[in-house]
Design a protein around this ligand. Structure first.
Ligand SMILES: C[S@@+](CC[C@H](N)C(=O)[O-])C[C@H]1O[C@@H](n2cnc3c(N)ncnc32)[C@H](O)[C@@H]1O
Length: 469
């Protein structure tokens, strides 16, 4: 065990040192120089060294991923943390995102392992995060272990003046030496094994006694990439033909959904910029199917950004759509997405709860309430949720959702339909929310509902279609 708090480090390498190469020397001049922010504490205690790391090196991706992971542990959302990569070369940022996603999805394992190998986490957050990133890479590239360790040690040289290079080397070597034992122990620790907070697992177990393990496993795996064909521009069969011509394997799902066998960047999708397709999970594509808009319908999409479901509604029918979102930064993405797809709607930045500020008194034929929620059904796309979400959030979110339902219901015409949607699997946000709504509003009836659980084909979603009698 290493006592990093006092920095009295006794390393007991469990691999012969000859099996792992020494940390790499700086790469040749002319390569990209990485300048890493040095926390003040580190600057005062150690001399700063800047090494060269090639932008396409594993070490650089580990270093960038460590910065992203540390930002998430510091309370930033993953999307905010990814802004750190904005100025990086594409090759580095793609690789770093991959590592950051993987390490965060698997943070339960990583934290367990580090907890067994270290008496305390390092005070230097980015180096601690580097260890998580390197552990993830060691698990995904077991055959390249010596290179991963060497590159992680080189990356550690860029942090805190290189003060923790020896620690990183020692911890990763110890991991490799004790891997079998650590994995055996991990099986007996649910939080580490299923990689969810204890409160989250308890809820899954309670509501899904048969499925909770599968849900947890799906949350920890890379998500599928599914397309929605814009049938105003091309048929599903013709688009499948275009994918085949581009040697992109895909499988039809549902009415207009195509799941890619292997995810790829959108710029590689035929006709993406010309609006032939959108990226949208198969579960999310159910919203427009449930609401089934008719031409001329006056529809409110009350929580619309970035406009995935708004645009699907409009692809299905020439409806008159008012799309609201409270978030002024996200709302322009609705317009941008509609424009790419050749669709139009009225888009407004507004709080749907403040009805008097945006409603002109004309009742809607249909309303989509894709409410803010815990997003636990899409945790694999936003693995930061596992770190940032608190159990107390669920009650607060359920309260907000009930306020949204109550504010929107009077805006619906008699006979009109309201589709309530969340990307959650927690019952308080879903079926129980609607049960309570039906008690409050006696002019509402539930036409149908469905709970989608996350799996290899789709994310987790809930839908309830309500009709005003
Ligand atoms: C689940 S996301 C919507 C996703 C969107 N429907 C789509 O398919 O692309 C929920 C959205 O609700 C918005 N939101 C949260 N509270 C709101 C409110 N009071 N009024 C309007 N929008 C709100 C958030 O900004 C967020 O964009």
């Amino acid at each position: 065990m290493l006592d990093f708090e006092k920095q009295t480090i006794t390393l007991v390498p469990t691999l012969p040192s000859s099996s792992l190469p020494a940390p790499q020397p700086p790469s040749s001049p002319g390569k990209r120089v990485v300048r890493v922010h040095q926390p003040e504490q580190a600057q005062t205690t150690v001399g700063i060294t800047h090494r060269d790391l090639a932008a396409d090196s594993l070490g650089y991706s580990l270093l960038l991923a460590a910065r992203v992971i540390a930002a998430v542990y510091g309370g930033k959302s993953l999307n905010e943390a990814f802004l750190l990569l904005d100025t990086e070369p594409t090759v580095a940022s793609v690789a770093a995102r991959d590592v950051a996603y993987g390490a965060l999805r698997n943070n339960g394992r990583g934290e367990f392992i580090l907890g067994r190998l270290m008496t305390h986490p390092l005070k230097h957050a980015e180096t601690q995060a580097l260890l998580l990133a390197a552990l993830y890479r060691l698990e995904t590239r077991p055959n390249a272990a010596p290179m991963v360790v060497s590159q992680a040690v080189t990356a550690a040289g860029e942090l805190s003046g290189g003060a923790f290079k020896g620690v990183v080397n020692g911890v990763l070597r110890n991991f490799l030496g004790q891997r079998e034992r650590l994995f055996a122990e991990l099986q007996h620790d649910d939080v580490a094994y299923f990689q969810h907070p204890a409160w989250w697992l308890a809820r899954l177990r309670r509501v899904y006694p048969d499925d909770w393990r599968n849900i947890a496993a799906a949350d920890n795996a890379p998500p599928p990439m599914t397309l929605r064909v814009n049938t105003r521009r091309i048929s599903v069969d013709d688009y499948l033909g275009q994918l085949q011509a581009a040697e992109i394997a895909a499988e039809p799902m549902g009415s207009v959904a195509l799941r890619l066998v292997k995810p790829l960047p959108v710029h590689r999708l035929p006709g993406f910029h010309a609006g032939l397709v959108s990226v949208q999970d198969a579960g999310a594509q159910r919203a427009a199917e449930w609401l089934d808009p008719a031409p001329g319908d006056y529809i409110l999409d009350a929580c619309a950004a970035p406009g995935g479901k708004t645009s699907h509604l409009l692809e299905r029918a020439d409806a008159d759509v008012l799309a609201l979102d409270i978030d002024a930064a996200r709302a322009p993405r609705i317009t941008k997405n509609l424009k790419r797809l050749g669709l139009t709607a009225k888009v407004r930045v507004a709080d749907c709860l403040a009805v008097e500020q945006w409603w002109d008194g004309r009742q809607f034929d249909a309303i989509l309430a894709d409410a803010p929620c815990s997003a636990v059904g899409v945790a694999r796309r936003h693995p930061d949720i596992k770190m940032l979400r608190r159990e107390s959030d669920i009650r607060k979110l359920a309260h907000t959702q009930s306020l949204i339902l109550d504010a929107l219901w009077p805006l619906l015409k008699p006979g009109g339909k309201l589709l309530y949607a969340t990307c959650s699997v927690f019952v308080e946000e879903n079926a129980a929310q609607i049960d309570a709504f039906l008690v409050r509003w006696t002019d509402a009836r539930r036409v149908g509902q469905e709970q989608w659980l996350p799996n290899e084909r789709n994310d987790g979603f809930y839908y309830a279609l309500l009709q005003k009698t």
